[in-house]
Write a new protein. Structure first.
Length: 203
C-alpha cells in the first residue's frame, strides 16, 4: 500500500469517535519523523463535525508537546543511534552538512539561538521549518527542556487553536472544499512542509 493510500485511508475514518486518538498519535509522529502537517489530520474530523473542534485541537496540542519531548530526548540520549539519521533526513545539508559531527551541530544551534533567541523555537512551532530537527538538536545541546517545551507548547497550541477555530467557524465552506480537493490539499500540505527546508536555507 502506497504512502498516499495510507494517508487517505486514515482520513476516511475521520468521522469515527476514536479519531481524536489518531490525531494525537499522528501529531506525536509528526513531531519526531512524519512529514505530514498535523492540520491534514485535524481538518476532516472538524469538517465532519464542528462540535469536535475542541477535542481534536486538544489532541493535536498534547500530541505535539509529547512528540517534541520525545524528539528532545532522542537528541539528549540517543543522538548517535536515531538522532543522526533523523537530522540527516530532515535537515538541510547546507546548514548541517554532517549530522554525526556533534560539535558542528552544536555550533549551528548556538549560532541560530544567538541570532534569534527563543524566537527560533517559536518560529519552528508555527511554520514549515522542521520542528523535529530543532527539538533533536536542542536535546543534543542539552538546552533547558522546560524552556523549550514551554515555548513550543504556547505557539503550537496557538497554531492549532487558530486552525481549529477557522474550521469550526467556516465548517460548511470547508466541508465542500475538503470533499472536492482532499487529495490536492494533502499534497499541498506536504509541499508547504517542504518549504520549511527552503526557509532554513534562507535563514
Amino acid at each position: 500500500m502506497s504512502y498516499m493510500k495510507i494517508i487517505n485511508r486514515i482520513l476516511d475514518k475521520s468521522a469515527e469517535p476514536w479519531y481524536a486518538w489518531v490525531v494525537f498519535l499522528m501529531t506525536v509522529f509528526e513531531s519526531i519523523f512524519l512529514f505530514v502537517p498535523p492540520e491534514v489530520f485535524m481538518t476532516p474530523a472538524i469538517v465532519a463535525n464542528k462540535k469536535r473542534a475542541f477535542s481534536i485541537t486538544l489532541a493535536a496540542t498534547i500530541g505535539s508537546v509529547i512528540g517534541g519531548a520525545i524528539a528532545y530526548m532522542i537528541g539528549y540520549w540517543m543522538y548517535d543511534i536515531i538522532g543522526t539519521w533523523l537530522v540527516s533526513v530532515f535537515a538541510d545539508p547546507t546548514i548541517i552538512p554532517d549530522p554525526a559531527d556533534h560539535v558542528a551541530v552544536q555550533n549551528v544551534i548556538d549560532t541560530l539561538l544567538n541570532k534569534w533567541g527563543v524566537w527560533m523555537i517559536a518560529v519552528t512551532a508555527v511554520t514549515p521549518i522542521p520542528y523535529k530537527v530543532l527539538a533533536i538538536c536542542l536535546g543534543l545541546c542539552h538546552y533547558p527542556i522546560l524552556l523549550f517545551l514551554g515555548i513550543a507548547a504556547i505557539f503550537r497550541t496557538g497554531r492549532f487553536a487558530i486552525i481549529g477555530f477557522l474550521l469550526w467557524r467556516f465548517q460548511e465552506q470547508a466541508n465542500i472544499i475538503v470533499k472536492k480537493y482532499s487529495w490536492q490539499l494533502t499534497i499541498g500540505a506536504i509541499i508547504f512542509a517542504l518549504m520549511g527546508l527552503l526557509i532554513i536555507t534562507l535563514i
